[in-house]
Design a protein around this ligand. Structure first.
Ligand code: SF4
Ligand code: SF4
Length: 463
């Protein structure tokens, strides 16, 4: 005897909702296209950038490299040092604020379109679908006993997943150790201990997160999914079901008696996190828009307007217009304001960045020395830090007292990225008419870049 239709349908839905692995039905549409565009965009950058080289001073190096051993971060023509940590801090703050702003405007769009977990889950799921077939074939395979075919399909899938995970790990490590060196060291496992650790860890991490854990990461592990609700308000546009239009749902539509939802459940079948958006806003929803694509196609098929499921705010669903002024959207205004402020400060910091750092210390052991020629001498230590990518020669001048001059050499070479300590003796005439502690200035200029001078204040002691 066959089971009643509703029970069969309910059992089928349960497969998507709670039990075991979620095998989402493949979907198409504008949000699906946008998601794949993000996959291509981000992964071409990630897998490709580490292979680019940059010519500098006749030398070729990897264009983007976090050289931890030498405490440098190469970004094409830019070389950042630990002293530039403030710039990095600005960059991180700007990225975080932009994420908050995007969340306040459009909910979890980052999760649905740009999060690495989403991107790699999409890639791994695509591989799975190519090997094992569509969602129904995969469900069937899951429930079937182990046969030679199942073993072959599973081995192929896991093998391909491993290759992608391994290549992702090599690429990741390749941003910290030149990727060509990493690749050359792999045969015979000649990599260093840290490279070896990160290769294994990142490979296993990618494999486990994107292949095995998938949506469970978004639902149970990701802390951002838990606290981003505080950035939502009534004007935040999230993927929503228009219950006013859709209910009462019914598979057999009756004009005037039922809503537009025909209860086909396709929106549930395509959902990568296995939820039913018709149950309302849920923390598991990553705002991927796949249910929007699916429902739009259903609506088109039955001749109803699209948008039964759409990006909409609570206000819009309640039939109130979306506010345009910032006063009614305080969260958006605050995040946008912070974004502008941090972007301005970050740009100012970057524009004032100097490739020379100087520290001047007066020798406090011997306050002053009087010479036979009737001059007064003070001793100083200058630390010249060359942040340029090439060796540079620095000319040092001193001013502030009539007749003030440097005794001995006034030009000093410093290697790239090195600190050159310099002992300097500065002399002033004893009969200058000045007494006690007098302010003076050291001016340091790179011969290779005369436009960039740096002035450091200090003091000179006279009797
Ligand atoms: S896809 Fe649209 S019509 Fe079908 S169940 Fe979902 S909301 Fe209803
Ligand atoms: S409910 Fe819709 S938007 Fe949310 S995760 Fe599922 S398919 Fe994506």
């Amino acid at each position: 005897m066959s089971r009643p239709v509703s029970k069969v349908r309910e059992a089928k839905l349960e497969l998507y909702r709670k039990r075991g692995k979620i095998h989402a039905k493949a979907s198409s549409g504008r949000f699906n296209t946008l998601r794949w565009a993000m996959v291509w965009f981000t992964q071409i950058i990630f897998y490709g950038t580490c292979w680019l080289n940059w010519e500098s001073d006749g030398l070729s190096r990897q264009a983007v490299l976090f050289d931890i051993a030498h405490e440098k971060f190469y970004l094409f023509g830019l070389v950042l040092w630990p002293q530039d940590a403030l710039l990095l801090a600005y960059l991180l703050i700007i990225a975080a604020t932009a994420l908050f702003l995007a969340t306040a405007l459009a909910g979890r769009v980052f999760c649905g379109f740009a999060c690495p977990q989403t991107i790699y889950t999409m890639i791994f799921s695509w591989v799975e679908a190519q090997v094992e077939g569509d969602h129904l074939a995969r469900l069937k395979l899951d429930q079937s006993p182990w046969t030679a075919r199942k073993l072959l399909l599973r081995t192929t899938k896991h093998g391909l997943w491993f290759v992608i995970a391994a290549w992702t790990a090599i690429t990741f490590v390749g941003y910290f150790t030149p990727v060509r060196d990493v690749l050359a060291a792999l045969p015979g496992w000649q990599v260093g201990p840290w490279e070896g650790f990160w290769l294994i860890f990142y490979c296993a991490f990618t494999y486990a997160m994107a292949g095995l854990a998938r949506e469970a990461v978004c639902q149970h592990m990701c802390p951002y999914s838990r606290f981003q609700g505080v950035m939502f308000d009534q004007t935040t546009s999230t993927v929503s079901y228009d219950a006013g239009r859709g209910e009462p749902r019914n598979r057999r539509q009756q004009a005037g008696k039922t809503g537009d939802c025909i209860d086909c459940n396709i929106c549930v079948e395509v959902c990568p996190t296995g939820i039913d958006i018709r149950d309302g806003l849920q923390y598991q929803c990553i705002n991927c828009g796949l249910c929007v694509d699916a429902c739009d196609q259903v609506m088109t098929r039955i001749g109803a307007p699209t948008g039964l499921i759409r990006f909409a705010s609570e206000r819009e669903l309640a039939g109130r217009p979306q506010p345009q002024g910032w006063r009614e959207r305080p969260r958006v205004a605050v995040y946008a304001g912070l974004l502008v402020i941090f972007a301005v400060f970050g740009t100012l910091t970057a524009s004032q960045r100097s490739l020379l750092l100087v520290n001047v210390q007066r020798d406090r052991g011997a306050l002053l020395r009087e010479t036979a020629e009737g001059r007064i001498e003070n001793a100083y230590t200058l630390n010249l830090m060359n942040l340029a990518e090439a060796p540079r020669d620095f000319a040092v001048e001193v001013q502030g007292i009539p007749g003030l001059e440097i005794v001995g050499p006034r030009e000093f070479a410093a290697e790239s990225g090195s600190i050159r300590p310099v002992q300097l003796t500065v002399s002033a005439p004893a009969d200058s008419g000045l007494r006690g502690i007098q302010p003076i200035e050291f001016r340091i200029v790179a011969r290779q870049d005369p436009a960039s001078g740096q002035v450091e204040k200090s003091s000179f002691i006279l009797p």
